[in-house]
Write a protein that binds this ligand. Sequence first.
Ligand SMILES: Cc1ncc(COP(=O)(O)O)c(C=O)c1O
Length: 455
Amino acid sequence: MSHIIHRSLRRTPPVAVSGEGIIIRDSKGNSYLDASGGAAVSSLGHGHPDVIDAMHAQIDRLAYAHTAFFTTDAAEELAARIAYDAPGDLDHVYLVSGGSEAMETALKLARQYMVECGQPQRRLFIARRQSYHGNTLGALALGGNAFRRKPYAPLLMDVARVAPCYEYRDRAAGQSVADYTAGLLAELETAIVAAGPENVIGFCAETVVGATGGAIPATPGYFKGVRALCDQYGILFIADEVMCGMGRTGTLYAVEQENVLPDLVALGKGLGAGYQPIGAVVARDAIVQRLRNGSGVFQHGHTYVGHPVAAAAALAVQRVIQRDCLLGAVTVRGAALRRMLRDAFGQHPHVGDIRGRGLLWALELVRDRDTKEPFAPALKLHEAVRAQAMACGLMVYPMGGTIDGERGDHILLAPPFIATEADLTEIVSRLQDALERALGSIGVAAHADACKRAA
Ligand SMILES: Cc1ncc(COP(=O)(O)O)c(C=O)c1O
């Protein structure tokens, strides 16, 4: 038995030994197409030489310096790069070691800002059901993933909660998109008023919902409405772009496509593309100026914040994305993937919705397309898809509880930005096989014609 406390304590996963481009190999000689970039992380694929060179160079110079004593060129250059690329006056960067730490940092920065504005009574965050913001206690409290929260519920701070923007399930038949969106915004305003606006610190949301709901973009105007409400009531808008940021949706920040400017943005995953553990919070000027002119310190910190090797890796990742015009590639390949998914699954009797943006896509699985009835949670269809995909040499990111934390299944795809059209064709083909095998394993016969390979 392994001495690692693995995710499953009953099963040791395959041992990954090498990776190159879109492929990852295990110790038994199996290779897998990494169609999910792990969990939407590996945007440049595996073994990118530029990133590896940058890490080597930094390690040779200096592997670590504590930020209580020093800053480093790598961290300074990365922060300058992020500030330069970020929209508006999102000019200040706090570097951490992952997405949950980024969210914790955003929450604390928001709270300290309110305290230094002379409003220490502001203590409440508002967030959405079916969201995920991380697994540390603050981020978990914020998130609306019922399954992940359940065992820890007594330890979690109170968070007011509103509906996610989940058009496929929640927009009523005959309701216009504009009316649906207006209803969501009215619900948010009611929550702000009910809490007492003077008690609220901020509203947090994933710009495109990632793992919990499965690649769900907002309806047009939703985030504009959110921004307007936050401004009206003097509360901060915190965008969690840990999964959907850093180019995943075709722009560096997903909010750019919503034409709004958050007060704080959390980054992770694609920032370092898996080469090093790194995350960041990007803050607007007014927030940092308030602290600078007030107490003069941000009362926070971890041993590994601003780690120079992580910063060097992330800087190299960002340079490659720009040099190789990968944001354009995401848009072009994303359109191709969308077409392929629609060709392959558009008529599939058990695929209810195909949605996403850029290279972040999901299939929502249903027992019945007309009624949108999900499969029984006890069948654990998402687990079967994961297992069958691995058997087909494919990594996808399936998840259960899509609808309410218990019911519903979806499959998330987040291929690297370097994937070719041929790679995407192969991914979709293997996914067809994996889905049919998974459905077969839970006793559901597939519709033969609809499931024939596009080829
Ligand atoms: C939107 C979002 N926020 C936060 C996190 C937490 O990031 P990490 O797992 O790096 O702590 C995740 C991870 O999946 C995420 O998808």
